[in-house]
Every structure is written in structure tokens, then in C-alpha cells.
Design a protein. Structure first.
Length: 92
């Protein structure tokens, strides 16, 4: 297959760093894109994002909002129950 050269070649082939796109989105228009699997989040921040996502868009993959997280074999996973957290006043 042949490549058709256009004046947009440089623009179309330039790949932006995903973290830069997220950072620019936050700074320029106030849109925050964060993965719940982002290693920079602690357990509280991760659960906050899950609760917010569940509230705005519903549970992921048909789940009930509960999540189990853990980062390594030597760290036991922390278990969170979003329904219990919300009932205790700690949720959204």
C-alpha cells in the first residue's frame, strides 16, 4: 500500500505523550483523566475515584462498586466496600 503525502503528514504522525495530554487537559479545560490503577494513588485516593466514577457513570463491568486492591505479594490487599463506606458517611 502506498502512502499519500499531504501537508498534514507531520501533524498526523506526531504522537503526544499520554501524560502530557492529561496534564494539558487539566490545566487548559479542567478535565481530569486518572486511571484507578495509577501507581501514584494511595488506597484512599483510589477508592475516592472509584466512588466518584460509580456515582457519575455507574459501576464498572456490572459490579457492585466494591474493589480489592494490592500492589505486591508482600503487601496484603486492602479491601474496600463502597456501599459500607457510603453508609458510614465516608462516601460521596
Amino acid at each position: 500500500m502506498t502512502h499519500v503525502r499531504t501537508s498534514l503528514d507531520r501533524v498526523l504522525t506526531a504522537r503526544r505523550d499520554p501524560d502530557k495530554v492529561k496534564r494539558d487537559g487539566w490545566h487548559e479545560v479542567g478535565v481530569l483523566a486518572v486511571s484507578v490503577d495509577d501507581g501514584r494513588l494511595d488506597a484512599f485516593e483510589r477508592q475516592f475515584l472509584i466512588n466518584l466514577g460509580n456515582r457519575l457513570y455507574g459501576p464498572r463491568n456490572g459490579g457492585d462498586g466494591a474493589v480489592v486492591t494490592g500492589t505486591s505479594a508482600d503487601t496484603p490487599p486492602a479491601t474496600f466496600d463502597a456501599k459500607r463506606l457510603n453508609a458510614s458517611g465516608g462516601g460521596l
